[in-house]
Design a protein around this ligand. Structure first.
Ligand code: ADP
Ligand code: NG1
Ligand code: MG
Length: 457
């Protein structure tokens, strides 16, 4: 499946009203109907947070909410992007000559990342541009991957415009690579699930080489997403890249303590691969070799026997050059223990044990605690929401996505979804006039959805 190109099908009956509105908007702006629609879904990560960029497997599922581009090739060699949401201004550039400014998370830059990624992959000299109307239904900056959905939808728009047939695997890899042009050093989970998702199935996504395995969730399990409504724009602030850097330094310092050639080590998985020991042993090794006190830059340089200039070149990224303090023990403990929880989650799903929901819930709770305490990527409102979901009957609850705000995902018996939704609505949204109007988009039950596709009328 992963090696197939994205499917091309007819606009589905249930979607005809939404696509009809997109068609009208397109017609109004460009004077003719769109030729096709490119759709890419968001995702909810069930478990495996902040470990994809350390080389470890993650376990997300696609959600129904998506980004759709209504598009047609144009003859002006331009990319013209308009958005159904008036807060996003129209953007036009030449397809042959455009720049993406790092650290400038203007909405159209995400689309340009996808366009650039496909062009680089194909390396064609003559390319066609496109006109597009964009409509997104994924809550933004909330950990459900609206950014990657936009990158992926734009990438397949560019590929379809030019008749380039690329496999889902190639698209996943190139989109993971090109979304980094926005300045964040993400790991590739979001783009992979957006392309590789199948209806009704979560996926274990593994990296190097990229591959995905279906995970059948237990009968009667349902998932509820609730948005804390605290927005965290990942490309606009440096928390995310700071964590990526801390993980790289933790891997290099740990490698040095083990007499490994640390300059060859980029990710925490590299240390485990070289030592050939279990994840449990890696957690013990971290506790033994790294200290809880944050490392200063001087100490890291001392351990690695490098100057600050060398450290900047080998281990830091542009947004972390000025950092002076690094929590290596905490970040590495989170990553190795979280990677272990992902494998346990998959095993519980495969074993089909009668207490599967309870076990999965426990793993999700432990994941949240680790994100909150060791990785420090939660937010007080998100912690409140996670607790509320647990008290409202969830078997387990955790923050999902990059964090520092955004959504929480809960596992619950399908028969208890309504009760959970009601209690969370009454406890988190209704009492707060700023939250109440957003309840409908912020709080919803979800099932695993399908992956990116092209549609025609
Ligand atoms: P997440 O991927 O968790 O939703 P990010 O901070 O990575 O959060 O990306 C959010 C950014 O993606 C927004 O600030 C915006 O630039 C872009 N984006 C998301 N949805 C849309 C949309 N419907 N239209 C335009 N831009 C969007
Ligand atoms: P979100 O929450 O969608 O911004 C980010 C990264 C993922 C992963 C998660 C944390 C990108 C595009 N996405 O997702 O790769 O690291 O955080 O698990 O950078
Ligand atoms: Mg994102």
């Amino acid at each position: 499946m992963a090696d197939h190109p994205v499917s091309v099908g007819k606009v589905q009956e249930a979607e005809s009203e939404r696509y009809g509105k997109l068609r009208s908007k397109f017609h109004e702006r460009f004077g003719h109907d769109p030729v096709f629609y490119a759709r890419a879904p968001g995702r909810v990560n069930l478990i495996g947070e902040h470990i994809d960029y350390c080389g470890y497997a993650v376990l997300p599922m696609a959600i129904e909410q998506d980004i759709v581009l209504a598009a047609s090739p144009n003859i002006d060699n331009e990319i013209v992007l308009i958005n159904m949401d008036p807060q996003y201004t129209e953007f036009t550039c030449s397809v042959e000559n455009f720049t993406i400014t790092k650290g400038d998370p203007q909405w159209y830059n995400y689309a340009l990342c996808g366009v650039r990624g496909v062009m680089e992959k194909v390396g064609a000299n003559v390319v066609k541009g496109f006109n597009a109307v964009v409509e997104g239904r994924i809550p933004r900056s909330a950990g459900l991957s609206s950014s990657s959905a936009l990158v992926c939808a734009a990438a397949i728009t560019m590929a379809h415009t030019n008749g380039w047939k690329l496999s889902k695997k190639t698209l996943s890899e190139l989109c993971a690579h090109c979304e980094r042009y926005i300045g964040t050093e993400g790991g590739g989970m979001d783009q992979a699930i957006s392309f590789m998702a199948n209806h009704g199935m979560a996926k274990l996504i593994e990296f190097n080489p990229l591959r995905s395995v279906d995970v059948h969730l237990p009968q009667g399990a349902a998932f509820v997403v609730s948005n804390s409504l605290v927005e965290h724009n990942k490309a606009g602030v440096s928390d995310f890249n700071i964590r990526v850097t801390e993980c790289r330094l933790a891997a290099q310092v740990l490698a040095k303590t083990q007499g490994l050639p640390w300059r060859e080590i980029r990710r925490l998985v590299d240390v485990q691969d070289k030592l050939e020991v279990s994840l449990e042993k890696m957690v013990i090794l971290v506790a033994d070799k790294l200290h809880e006190e944050p490392y200063t830059k001087e100490e890291v340089c001392q351990v690695l026997e490098v100057t600050e200039e060398e450290l900047a070149a080998t281990s830091l990224n542009p947004s972390t050059q000025e950092l002076t303090s690094f929590k290596l023990f905490q970040r590495a403990t989170h990553v190795y223990s979280e990677a272990n929880r992902v494998m346990q989650f998959k095993m519980v799903c495969e074993e089909r044990r009668p207490d599967a929901l309870e076990q999965l819930g426990r793993l999700m709770d432990a994941s949240h605690a680790s994100c909150r305490d060791m990785y420090e990527c939660s937010h007080p409102d998100l912690d409140k929401l996670v607790k509320l979901c647990r008290d409202a009957g969830a078997r387990g609850s955790r923050m999902t996505g990059a964090g520092w705000g955004g959504c929480c995902v809960s596992i619950v018996e399908a028969s208890r979804v309504m009760t959970l939704l009601t209690k969370v609505r009454d406890g988190y949204y209704s009492p707060d006039p700023a939250r109440a109007p957003h309840t409908k988009e912020a709080l919803f039950g979800t099932q695993p959805g399908g992956g990116a596709a092209i549609y025609v009328d």
